[in-house]
Structures are given as structure tokens and as C-alpha cells.
Design a protein around this ligand. Structure first.
Ligand code: NHR
Ligand code: GAR
Length: 215
């Protein structure tokens, strides 16, 4: 079992990237982040990568005529690094079915809700508006259906009296930094596989909610 090659895609602050950098540096993840790629040239996450001695690259989606041409360029850049795993860590561009199919079974996303609830954006406000008692975050395999791929692990965050979208987002973020390194650790130890019927963990099927870490 060789050390896995990981490419991380970001659009912003990169705090999830930082959690992954820390977990590879400590040896907990048997993987090496070979490149960090941002669609926004000014993303702070690129600075985090440079500070850790990791290659930092940007591919500005605004300089492409279409989603298809952007995704094709992104795919060639990623593939030049020969990754075993592609990690979306706050990457904010919807990806074409062609791109997603190319990485099927080797691309993860982290989403700030207890999927299948609240696919898409503004998840914290939507959970509050619905009066939910519980919110959280989910790591899933990426499939062409937006935020619809098979779940790997979720962490539950109780909604507290007086929460607004900001306070809730902060507590969800802390748990993202716990479950993303965990999911990547499992993948790099060859413990996770995407099969046509769902996710397999240590040779056994995972339930549809993935692993669920309570509050
Ligand atoms: N692509 C596919 N095909 N499948 C998924 O599951 C994906 C994906 C691309 C990104 C992350 C996702 C999330 O976790 C993700 C999962 C961006 C948008 C969005 O509407 C929605 C969901 C996600 C990421 N983006 C706008 C767009 O037009 C741009 C918004 C912006 O730039 O701020 O691409 O939530
Ligand atoms: C995270 O909360 C992640 O779940 C969310 O963006 C944030 C990125 O934070 N992702 C999405 O909303 C995807 N559409 P980070 O840059 O500090 O890791």
C-alpha cells in the first residue's frame, strides 16, 4: 500500500485544507498533498499551501468561455499530478458530469449540512429557518448529482437557542476539521471503496448515512 497522492481543490480560506495538511504532516494520513489548486487566484488557502511547502496553483474560471472549457483545463492540470484522490475543500464551482465521471470513486467533497438535507448553498440559514434541532456536515463521494453522492461520514452539531447562521457555521466548521481528515485517512489506508451499490468500509457496506458521529 503506497503513500497516496492527493490534489486539493479550494476557492477560499482553506481551513479544511489546513486540517488535511496537519494530518498528513503528522503521519496520521498516509498521503502526500502534491498540489493545491484554486479557481480564485487570491484564495488564502494558496498561502497555506506555500507555507507548508506544497505546490500552489490557480486556474481562474473567469478566464474561460464556458464550464466545459474550464473543467477540461482543470482536469489536465489535476491529471498532470497523477493523483489517487481529489479533495474538494470549499471548492465553489459546480463541476460538469464529464469531469466528475473521470474521478468517480476517487473524489471527495465536504458539505456543511446533514445530507441529504440542504444540498446547495446557504445551508446554515436554511437549517435555522426550518427550526431544525440538529445540523452538521458530511463528507461524500462526488457524483454528477450535486451534493448527491454516497455518504462517507457525518458529524452532528446541535442547534442552540440564539444561534444565527454565523455562530452555527463556526461550530459546524470545527467538526468539518475533524471528519475530513478522518475520511481521507480511511481512503489512504484502502479502507473505503465506492461500489455501484454504495460505499464499502473494511469490506462491509456502509449505511446510507455513512458513519455518523454524534454531538
Ligand atoms: N459538482 C458535482 N458535479 N457534484 C457535486 O456533488 C459537487 C460539485 C461541485 C462542487 C461542492 C458543493 C457543496 O458542497 C461541490 C459538489 C458550489 C455550488 C454552486 O452553486 C453548489 C454546491 C457546491 C459548490 N456554485 C456556483 C456555480 O455557479 C458558484 C457560487 C460561487 O462562486 O460562490 O458554480 O455545496
Ligand atoms: C466549508 O464550510 C465547506 O463545508 C463549505 O465551504 C467552507 C470552506 O471553508 N463548502 C461549501 O459550501 C461547498 N459549496 P474552508 O475554505 O475554510 O475550508
Amino acid at each position: 500500500m503506497a503513500t497516496k497522492r492527493i490534489v486539493v481543490l479550494i476557492s477560499g480560506s482553506g481551513s479544511n485544507l489546513q486540517a488535511l495538511i496537519d494530518a498528513t504532516a503528522s503521519g496520521r494520513i498516509d498521503g502526500r498533498i502534491v498540489s493545491v489548486i484554486s479557481n480564485r487566484p487570491d484564495a488564502f488557502g494558496l498561502e497555506r499551501a506555500r507555507r507548508a511547502g506544497i505546490k500552489a496553483e490557480s486556474l481562474d474560471h473567469k478566464t474561460f468561455a464556458s464550464r466545459e472549457t474550464f473543467d477540461a483545463a482543470l482536469q489536465s492540470l489535476i491529471d498532470s499530478h497523477e493523483p489517487d484522490l481529489v479533495v474538494l475543500a470549499g471548492f465553489m464551482r459546480i463541476l460538469t458530469p464529464e469531469f466528475v465521471s473521470h474521478y468517480l470513486g476517487r473524489m471527495f467533497n465536504i458539505h456543511p449540512s446533514l445530507l441529504p438535507r440542504y444540498k446547495g448553498l446557504q445551508t446554515h440559514q436554511r437549517a435555522l429557518d426550518a427550526g431544525d434541532a440538529e445540523h452538521g456536515c458530511t463528507v461524500h463521494f462526488v457524483t454528477p448529482e450535486l451534493d448527491g453522492g454516497p455518504l462517507i461520514v457525518q458529524a452532528v452539531v446541535p442547534v442552540q437557542a440564539g444561534d444565527d447562521a454565523n455562530s452555527l457555521q463556526q461550530r459546524v466548521h470545527e467538526r468539518e476539521h475533524e471528519i475530513y481528515p478522518l475520511a481521507v485517512e480511511w481512503f489512504c489506508a484502502d479502507r473505503l471503496r465506492l461500489l455501484p451499490q454504495g460505499v464499502e468500509f473494511d469490506g462491509h457496506p456502509l449505511p446510507a448515512t455513512g458513519h455518523r458521529l454524534d454531538a
